[in-house]
Design a protein around this ligand. Sequence first.
Ligand code: UDX
Length: 441
Amino acid sequence: MALKITVIGTGYLGATHAAAMAELGFEVLGLDVVPEKIEMLSAGRVPMYEPGLEELLAKHVAGIEGSSGRLRFTTSWEEVGAFGDVHFVCVNTPQKHGEYACDMSYVDAAFASLAGVVRDGALVVGKSTVPVGSAERLAELLPEGVELAWNPEFLREGFAVDDTLHPDRIVVGVRGERAEKTLREVYAVPVGEGSPFVVTDFPTAELVKTAANSFLATKISFINAMAEVCEAAGGDVAKLAEAIGHDDRIGAKFLRAGIGFGGGCLPKDIRAFMARAGELGADQALTFLREIDSINMRRRGQMVEMAREALGGSTFLGRRVAVLGATFKPDSDDVRDSPALNVAGQIHLQGGQVTVYDPKGMDNARKVFPTLGYASSALEAVRGADVVLHLTEWREFRELDPAELAAVASARVVLDGRNALDGERWRAAGWTYRAMGRPTA
Ligand code: UDX
């Protein structure tokens, strides 16, 4: 009989994982403690913007016409315990308020609830990003006869469905052969096809995730540090990135200089990693991550200064600033630790009249920063602006007509905080185009 799967927590990770498991042919039950989320998902609607996810839900959620009916959602732990052979724990681990360490309360609560209902012989699989050592502790909470495995998830927002169905690798931390066998069965076809399957112990599996995110953060801050040097020396960081990226050992990806990384993962993961290393007495090994973090945060301030300079160098008071982009990256509505929103907020707090437009992030941005101005289109945001800041590289912004915008802007100055616009096109339409880490013109 095919394994029955539950997914606990229905955020970006859980909702996508549940839909992907149903796509693979499993019967799936998703649980969340927030009833509104369960209501939405049960109607085939996604509580956040993630390309392709709504279509996948419609294909499988029970009760939707023409669906496979393999995917259901609930708030009942009893139902989850009785249903599942394999339970994937996908709850989030945000940064603790005012601290570097991550907040394990959602994971702890999920394990405590699950422990009370899980069937003998079931497998619990942790997917949340946790401090190394957590799996060993959490295994103790489960009843005898219930095994634990740790199976970190590497999905990117905006590509969550594709990353889940076609992962670069599957990593599982196990203590026994039974857990490995079950997970090989879950990931057999077609997810496993062509994806390396790495079997290891608990701590290594937990560390793979934090190490991978630390490496990615390091790559971005490295190129941003080079951008700072280019700015001082008159070099061009985009050319530099292209040239070093041709070396296979370096690779071209994740070398786009700009206002740096944000989101719900990279910033909090490197901080939690430093905090955990401190507890383990290995803090010296990770002091470089402090520098990675500070290079990253510095970029936001540098963008603010670039805008101030473009406005004549002194004050933002009474000046109109158009901000294109609010989310931490394109193809997502996520504004958590968004560099774009942070820059917009800093300028606003210094007296600038900021108007933001984002294709998908407006509702979330308004919740976080209700006092900013918001426009219903890029054109409306740019109307009357003294300077335009391009801060999230949505395709929609690359496809804008600079001539049309030039006709409504008060001054034709555009600052590209993502190195993603076609500078020549903007210059040809009469704009002064400046990008971070590149010569003025
Ligand atoms: C990241 C990891 O990529 C993923 O594997 C992990 O599971 C979760 O964290 P995500 O947060 O969705 O995924 O975003 P990602 O695409 O990695 O981008 C992170 C940030 O880095 C964004 O703010 C992006 O704009 C920025 N970035 C990325 C750059 O500034 N330059 C780059 O070259 C690449």
